[in-house]
Unconditional design. Structure first.
Length: 160
């Protein structure tokens, strides 16, 4: 009986690492490949690729409003963007854009307001909001608004 308990504890202890490895080396590269080969596809209307200052590239759901792009972070990667933030690249609907990203950790009302549109089904209070201010000259419109959502007047909005 003790042997079974020890094996179960080892499996449970290793599970987070196995899940991380699966996303890092199987799921995320597969999604990135799909976004690059089918920039007008259904997934591309919801997911962008974010290249962090470390060079790590991850797919994340996004919301675009004018010169800002928002994403929600559930993992630890957002820590690269604390304080004043950092320079990042995003790949949205077939276009490579650059901007300055910061993790919004000091404004829960702002985070909640953006998350209501970005992640309406997510557990309230879960995740970290990432705000990306696109550099001057970035295209303002990236295509049709997916899901039939209506853009805010005066703003381009792509949601995911």
């Amino acid at each position: 009986m003790l042997r079974i308990l020890v094996i179960a504890l080892v499996v449970v202890a290793c599970l987070p690492v196995v899940v991380w490895l699966w996303f890092e080396y199987v799921a995320n590269p597969r999604v990135a490949r799909e976004l690059r080969t089918d920039p007008d596809g259904e997934r591309a209307g919801k997911v962008m690729l974010l290249t962090l200052p470390s060079g790590r590239e991850i797919p994340v759901n996004y919301l675009r409003q004018g010169d800002r792009v928002y994403a929600g972070a559930d993992g630890r990667w957002w820590r690269e963007l604390v304080g004043d933030g950092a320079h990042v690249r995003v790949f949205v609907r077939g276009r490579e854009l650059a901007g300055r990203a910061r993790a919004v950790v000091d404004d829960p009302e702002y985070t909640e307001r953006i998350f209501r549109e970005l992640r309406p089904k997510a557990v309230k209070g879960f995740g970290t909001l990432i705000e990306i201010r696109l550099e001057e000259g970035a295209p303002r419109a990236l295509g049709a608004v997916p899901g039939g959502r209506t853009p805010v007047p005066g703003q381009d909005s792509l949601t995911g």
